[in-house]
Design a protein. Structure first.
Length: 125
């Protein structure tokens, strides 16, 4: 399956920078969806937790929310929207491989995949 992978740019705490990244992501996602293509947003894991500044957190959480919202529409139209979150130690090639897997996987949509040795999954009770 063809698709688009968009890596979130790092931003400061300036609202215009945040808006610019979110607008670019919206336009890329909309363009892919209109073409019937899937898309994957790639964000830094620490940004989902607000560890690298408010601006980066707004972008990462905004992209996760956008992908999950778009996934609802895409599920009926044949395309998917997902997010890959990587940590500092994740190899770029591994992140790219996971993004490609998500593009190639029919039916997997609205998911957050965490990549890197710092993520061990959920702890068992």
């Amino acid at each position: 399956m063809s698709g688009v992978v968009l890596w979130a740019r790092e931003v400061g705490d300036d609202w215009e920078e945040v808006r610019s990244v979110l607008t670019d992501a919206f336009l890329a996602g909309r363009s892919a969806a209109q073409a019937g293509d899937s898309f994957v947003f790639v964000v830094h894991q620490d940004d989902l937790l607000g560890r690298r500044g408010a601006g980066n957190a707004m972008v990462a959480c905004g992209l996760l929310s956008a992908a999950r919202t778009a996934a609802l529409e895409g599920a009926t139209k044949g395309w998917t929207a997902n997010v890959v979150a990587f940590d500092e130690d994740a190899a770029r090639s591994t992140v790219e491989a996971w993004a490609q897997r998500l593009l190639d996987s029919e039916g997997v949509t609205g998911e957050l995949i965490r990549v890197g040795p710092g993520h061990l999954g959920k702890a068992l009770p």
